[in-house]
Write a protein that binds this ligand. Structure first.
Ligand code: FE
Length: 353
């Protein structure tokens, strides 16, 4: 999410350096302890309280100490790249297959070899060569104004381009990674030419020039400025679970459609992790990923951001379950990376700002 970028940016320059410095002196002071279980250096663009609980549980169970560096995904990728062979990073944790693709393209991942992960995580949540794994997922759904009712037809992404919805559709900018990955999925499913035709139809239906974030789209639908919008499920769940009555009112003022139930299913994206190619502690890193695939850890990891667990058969939080059941698009998440460049060109040609 973009909301925490400023906070994470400052953490990049202050917290990590002191944390690693403290760690270095710690392990020098007590070499026997660090040699027995060792440590794990996590570079994460996530920043949830439940993640801290996960790290503590893992350390308690294994004795492996976790050192955390938090920053935006692109900053972390750049940092690992520029640190080169000297990088202390073991794992990069981030959201969106498009960002994992960027990391992959930067050459900072190596294959993960784990029977546990191969058995626990569905194939479409794993990179075909094991360069990263998806640990939780989010769906990109259609939101409409509840009071105005369902504007028809509106059962699939393709309907967003229907002339019946002229002047009704709000969506954020095409430079946003969630939209790039959504379009990458459309390109995978329909091909570039049809994707462009679709994009042009959506642009023709815009209620306003793309602006704001996913939460902004939901608020605009609730207020009636737009009849229809697109947003990730966890933003809806976050509003619904908020302590603020104003947020709850926004959540109550909108309904959602899980697109594509009669076709390929709803576009899903992942939060995931990749093993850094220069990882100093690769065994600990894989151990941690395997731990994250356990039932208990899956719940904490997914709930931290109101997401769906990646491991099948584990229920999401009640507020997320309350959004409804749906069929998801089983496209391998790596396809969303492969088609990033094509997606950006489609947006450009269609005039989607
Ligand atoms: Fe987000």
């Amino acid at each position: 999410s973009l909301e925490g970028n400023h906070m994470r940016f400052s953490l990049l320059f202050f917290a990590p350096l002191t944390a690693l410095a403290a760690l270095a002196s710690c392990s020098t002071d007590n070499p026997s302890e660090s040699a027995s279980a060792g440590e794990l250096n996590l570079y994460s663009s996530r920043h949830y309280d439940t993640d801290v609980a996960l790290y503590n549980n893992f350390t308690e169970a294994t004795g492996i100490k976790i050192n955390l560096i938090e920053a935006g995904a692109d900053e972390l990728i750049e940092r690992i790249k520029s640190e080169g062979e000297a990088s202390l990073a073991d794992l990069l944790i981030t959201v969106d297959a498009g960002r994992l693709w960027r990391a992959e393209q930067a050459g900072i991942f190596q294959p993960i070899d784990s029977t546990v992960l191969n058995e626990r995580l569905p194939a479409h949540m794993r990179h075909p060569d094991g360069l990263w794994v998806g640990l939780s997922k989010r769906a990109r759904v259609i939101v409409y104004n509840a009071e105005a009712g369902l504007p028809e037809p509106l059962s699939d992404y393709s309907d967003l381009a229907n002339p019946a919805h002229k002047g009704k559709v709000c969506i954020r900018s095409s430079s946003n990674i969630y939209n790039i990955s959504l379009m990458a999925g459309v390109v995978s499913r329909m091909g570039e030419a049809m994707a462009e035709e679709w994009a042009a139809g959506v642009v023709a239906n815009f209620a306003r020039t793309p602006q704001s974030n996913d939460t902004g789209q939901i608020r605009a639908v609730a207020s009636g400025e737009c009849q229809i919008a697109i947003a990730n499920t966890y933003y809806l769940a976050r509003l619904a679970a908020s302590d603020e009555p104003a947020d709850q009112a926004v959540a109550s003022a909108v309904n959602i459609v899980f697109p594509g139930q009669e076709s390929n299913g709803t576009h899903v994206n992942i939060s995931g992790a990749g093993l850094v190619s220069t990882s100093p502690n690769p065994e600990n890193a894989v151990k941690f990923l395997e731990y994250l695939s356990s039932d208990a850890a899956q719940l904490l990891f997914a709930n931290g951001n109101n997401e769906y667990p990646a491991v099948p058969g584990i229920a999401a939080s009640s507020v997320v379950v309350g959004l409804g059941e749906f069929k998801e698009d089983m496209l391998n998440a790596s396809e969303l990376g492969i088609n990033q460049a094509a997606a950006i060109m489609v947006f450009d040609r269609a005039g989607w700002k």
